[in-house]
Design a protein around this ligand. Structure first.
Ligand code: ZN
Ligand code: ZN
Length: 248
């Protein structure tokens, strides 16, 4: 139990980190007063529209997009998922917002991220006309969930489910292996790190499943999860990812 004295010791240290996210009247990036969590100026700076591959969300030549083509990498080696909706590139200053979400102080940003994802999903007739039957977050391992206290992907999936009118099943997939964070594993070992990491614990046969995550870098985690879903009978898998790391 927290005593008042313990709280008063801890709060002054926490407040500077918590305040930008907690006060709805100040922008989480520049701190200026604004009606939402991010002001219009910072939003325009952080969320730049980009033509992307419908399958993996990497940048795509507009000519290929107009022709409905996937990027060369997806054509050469199609991933197990069918589509990816992304709100923004994982680069400054948007990455700061994602980090605020991940480390807890920015939980009020989760509905804002969900709004961006909803707008992006509804903008493209291909994704707007094919909403999933059910949404599920990329699950955290039990140990990491205990350390962090929340799953940032679930925090975004919850409001997104309400906004899209799509059911949420937070336990549809579980981690059966506690994998090391992908960033801590050498690139060559990353595929092995996530292979067979997931178990599907709900009936998904014939369903279009939407997977929600905060950051997509190599796509290996999402590919592993999508392939587990397809093996369990899912008809289609779409990713809804807050931020995509741009290719080098
Ligand atoms: Zn701002
Ligand atoms: Zn692609």
């Amino acid at each position: 139990m927290w005593t008042l004295r313990a709280l008063s010791r801890v709060l002054p240290g926490l407040l500077p980190g918590l305040l930008p996210g907690l006060l709805p009247s100040s922008c989480a990036l520049c701190g200026q007063r604004c009606p939402g969590v991010v002001c219009d100026g910072c939003r325009a700076d952080a969320v730049r529209p980009r033509t992307r591959c419908r399958r993996c969300a990497n940048p795509l030549a507009p000519r290929d997009a107009a022709a409905g083509r996937d990027c060369g990498a997806c054509v050469a080696a199609p991933p197990a998922f069918d589509a990816t909706v992304v709100a923004a590139d994982y680069q400054a200053p948007f990455d700061q917002l994602v980090l605020q979400l991940k480390f807890g102080a920015g939980l009020p940003l989760a509905p804002w991220f969900a709004t961006l994802l909803r707008d992006q999903a509804l903008r493209d007739p291909a994704t707007a006309g094919a909403l999933p039957d059910v949404l599920a977050p990329v699950p955290l391992g039990r140990r990491r969930l205990a350390e962090r206290g929340f799953n940032q992907a679930l925090e975004v999936a919850r409001p997104l489910s309400r906004m899209l009118g799509v059911a949420l099943d937070a336990r549809l997939a579980t981690r059966v292996l506690e994998t090391a964070p992908q960033s801590a594993v050498a690139p060559a070992a990353r595929a092995a790190n996530v292979r067979a990491a997931f178990a599907i614990t709900a009936p998904v046969a014939g369903l279009h499943v939407g997977i929600v995550d905060d950051v997509m870098t190599s796509a290996r985690t999402l590919d592993a999860l999508a392939s587990a879903l397809k093996q369990a009978g899912a008809l289609r898998v779409s990713n809804y990812v807050v931020a995509r790391t741009p290719p080098k």
